[in-house]
Design a protein around this ligand. Sequence first.
Ligand code: ADP
Ligand code: MG
Length: 704
Amino acid sequence: MRPDLFNPLFSSAESLTGIGPRLIVLLRKALKLPPGITEPRIVDLLWHLPTGVIDRRAEPTVASAVAGTIGTLKIRVLKHRAPPRGNIKAPYKISAEDDTGRIDLIFFHTDRRFIERQLPEGEIRYVSGRFERYGETLQMAHPDYIVEPERRHELPMLEPVYPLTAGLSPKILGKAQRQTIERFPELPEWQDPSWLAARGWPSAAEAVRRLHKPSDAADVSPGSLPWQRLAYDELLAGQLALGLVRDSVKSRAGRSTTGDGRMRARIAGALSFSLTASQRSALTEIADDMAAPTRMLRLLQGDVGSGKTIVALMAMAIAVEAGAQATLMAPTEVLARQHVETIAPLAEKAGLRIGLLTGREKGKTRKDVLQRLAAGEIDILIGTHALFQADVEFRDLAFVVIDEQHRFGVHQRLALQAKGGEHGVNVLVMTATPIPRTLLMTHYGDLDVSRLTEKPAGRKPVTTTLAATDRIEDIIDGLKRALAQGAQIYWVCPLIESSDVSELAAAEERHAHLAQFFGDKVGLLHGGMTGPAKDRTMEAFTKAELSVLVATTVIEVGVNVPNASIMVIEHAERFGLAQLHQLRGRVGRGSRQSFCVLLYKAPLGETARARLEMMRETEDGFLIAEKDLELRGGGEVLGARQSGMPEFRVANVPNFTDMLAAAHDDATMVLSSDPKLTSPRGQALRQLLYLFECDEAVRLFRAA
Ligand code: ADP
Ligand code: MG
């Protein structure tokens, strides 16, 4: 697939001198590898950009060297002075000189033979490191570099500093990086020359060199010209890829689905409320998409509780009215069951036949569902990932709704789409994550979007407070009072980066702690529990048999217990704002005044504080999301681990939003005049797609 000229870049990092199996393990930890990649490759090193530089360019004399500064010195080695026998604390000292004075080179706990080889008496050497003064004497302890005069060019006078991991030495990584840039292939220029000239941007190859082998310290920063150039490349590649995917989806014939409205009318008649204006306009947009002969790919965005489910049901009813089937896929079992509970009574009145398929439907139950599905006796199948399985066959699937899409990968979406057979199915993706416009563009391209902007009646504002974790006992006192008045409480435990096991341990610990105060009124809900156990706990909480529900983020999406009015979130600083917003949306659903307590671990950094303050100031999810984007930059807003969305490797730049908008316009323009990327610039842009591993997109125009 990928042209051979990229091979040097995409081969294993182990092919670099100095990188063996042990270092590969360390690199795996230190580098941000794209999803699905476990063996670090040279290209992964390439995008591992320095965070700063050590400037070794000062070349003072011994007499003019300033203590506390870093510099490079040409010296003559005079005499080795080993520490007295038996005194392991005393350093190994080497005295050296230049024409202006004396300096001591100091080594603690060192291998004597190594030093003798590096610094033979009487020889000239360049040493680079930090100058110190010890009494009257100038010293340098453990020089970073010691090189012979003939090899002086190997001394990195401006040494890039990379993010490391324990055990990975900066020297080894630096050496690997200097080889990495040699592997960068010769590629045609894909950017518009006048655009480059106007910005003063170098070629991609030069940009890579200037970042990894800087000759100007100012280049090593996300605002610098070479960095900006590569950030723009990455964004442009992403926008092109999305544009290509979208064009190919849209260009394939879809299926025009229209209904007579009879089931929708019955559903509407069964509702105890009338639809909001934005629900109605979303439905019109969806109905228009379904009726069009092209494939539908629409995102329905609406805050928690904005009433997406009913929109989904009405939309699915269109497919059924047209004589076909629809499916609704939820990210968790709990949610799938909740959807069934909401939908079943309405569906029954409308004459819609519902089925349920999750990992828990097994054996005869499962077989039965599959049979009825294939026979067309189920109109709407609700389920989880279990719907992807190959033996799940619809009689005639026309419409797919995916709830909380960001938890599913693109390939899963495609797998489900394939179940619609040659017609292709119309897809509606629903998310409660208030994704800012700019990010939608990055992750979905020009997806059609409907937004539910009003909250349904009856929702109350939530009072949000911030508190440091060391005030936890005060918080618990407050909870005691609230419980005495019949309140119910969610207590969400922190996310822990490293492993789910410790995440669970933290939740269990907090559960035990709270049980000391509230006894058996405290329940625990976590992702590792079996389906039935989760259901039992949720049910007990719904029935108010439990007053406090300690949970990991499994409750993040969709759970509805109106009497729960207090939400405590531990280590709130570790969550994305969008996530906090979703969690907070669990309360404020009943008649009680609701509270959200954001517990944080002090001290908070400036950005972290600003983010949490934002939560206190507003409940507008879109505003929160925009602000989060502004505070944290592009790649992190949704929390990569939760979202499964691609992270940027280079494009986490301060002016991300403007860059993205420009890349978006550029990509749109290119694809409108050169949809198959066949012009000279188009050919060059293909190389860009390979460089940033957008191979999927390339495959599309190959097939075309
Ligand atoms: P979400 O968008 O989070 O999935 P739901 O679809 O679960 O929201 O709706 C939340 C609640 O609001 C449900 O109880 C639903 O019946 C109710 N609801 C939906 N639409 C309206 C409306 N137009 N007026 C009043 N209540 C509504
Ligand atoms: Mg929902």
